[in-house]
Design a protein around this ligand. Structure first.
Ligand SMILES: C[S@@+](CC[C@H](N)C(=O)[O-])C[C@H]1O[C@@H](n2cnc3c(N)ncnc32)[C@H](O)[C@@H]1O
Length: 336
């Protein structure tokens, strides 16, 4: 039996597994900080359903369609590894969940990078280990890595879950653990954008966990990074769609609907519309919301589709594209 197979939700067994299977990552951990880690008493939206979370259905969506978000993931990975890093860079994925970015990254033509999955949820960290991904339980606000130890830090796909008064601490911690020349990449779906409306109007109402979080703005991101000391800070829009495939146009739409139901835990919508009707109900809601106006607010988004489309790729191959645009800030820790 592999070490990964026996890792449980217990922190001790996770650290032991890291020491045995990924010693070069374990070497970067400050044991004192790791032992002092306080179990999180906050709610855990990504825990099990029994714990009041939506972790199981979230993980099921990622495992069924790991490539659905590959465009955005590829973009983030190329941003987080700056030109100043050396061989075999180590990047922390602070909101890593069940290790999706690590797994997708293995299939990309990236430099010999190790993406370490970090997450506050013990359920998510255990699921990452079960998928063979090195994972560390920590809160982004107080990391267990040594100062100046890693080449890149990524906060993506859930930055709005960090409580507002604690967001500066996350940027400060990213600064602390980065080596000089390392990059911090902060990604969020901007306040007021269709994605934020989707969370507010659909996920908050149709999931059992709810979803009432303030999303970042470009100014907020820039201020946060600058206050921590990052230099050359930029913010840009990044095309970050969800793409579902099927053997017919209708099949591709239904696959998108199923993905949305699971990823966002839309249990109430599923109860209202039943197993057959719920996927299309989710797609209809998304089609109404994801219309990116060609206004100045969304300048710089490039030549991408701005509403939900179905495209034929070949005989019996269709894809349904849900356009999402994320705001991405990049800051560099100045060199010595
Ligand atoms: C939407 S999921 C993203 C998972 C994965 N990156 C993906 O794209 O599929 C957000 C993750 O952030 C974690 N999380 C939320 N707040 C956190 C915090 N303050 N520190 C560390 N992890 C946190 C949650 O437990 C959850 O697994």
């Amino acid at each position: 039996m592999t070490v990964e197979a026996v890792v449980t939700e217990d922190r001790g067994s996770q650290l032991l597994a890291l020491r045995e299977t990924w010693p070069h990552v374990y070497a970067l951990i400050d044991e004192e900080r790791a032992l002092g880690f306080e179990a999180d008493k906050d709610r855990d939206d990504f825990g099990t359903a029994q714990q009041g979370g939506r972790g199981e259905s979230y993980v099921a969506a990622q495992q069924a369609s790991p490539e659905a978000r590959i465009t955005g993931i590829r973009g983030l990975m190329s941003l987080v590894v700056g030109p100043a890093v050396g061989d075999r860079p180590i990047v922390l994925d602070l909101l890593g969940g069940d290790g999706l970015l690590h797994r997708v990254g293995l299939g990309l033509d990236m430099p010999d990078m190790t993406m370490v999955t970090c997450d506050a949820s013990s359920f998510m960290v255990a699921r990452a280990w079960a998928a063979g991904v090195p994972a560390v339980r920590q809160r982004a606000q107080r990391q267990v890595f040594r100062s100046g130890s890693v080449d890149g830090v990524l906060l993506a796909y859930g930055s709005h879950h960090v409580p507002e008064p604690e967001r500066q601490a996350v940027a400060d911690e990213a600064w602390r653990v980065l080596r000089p020349g390392g990059r911090f990449v902060l990604h969020d779906f901007a306040e007021g954008s269709p994605m934020a409306i989707w969370f507010q109007d659909v996920v908050d109402k149709e999931s059992t966990t709810g979803h009432d979080y303030a999303h970042f703005t470009a100014d907020w991101m820039r201020e946060c990074l600058a206050r921590s000391g990052f230099r050359s800070v930029t913010t840009n829009w990044m095309f970050d769609p969800i793409v579902a495939t099927g053997t017919s146009a209708q099949g591709a739409r239904a696959a998108l609907g199923q993905y949305l139901l699971q990823m966002y835990g839309l249990d109430k919508l599923a109860q209202t519309h039943g197993e057959q009707g719920a996927p299309m109900a989710a797609v209809e809601l998304a089609r109404g919301i994801f219309r990116w106006e060609t206004s100045t607010a969304f300048d710089g988004m490039g030549n991408h589709v701005r509403e939900c489309v179905v495209e034929r790729l070949g005989p019996s191959k269709w894809q349904c594209v849900l356009p999402r645009f994320a705001l991405v800030a990049v800051g560099e820790k100045p060199g010595p």
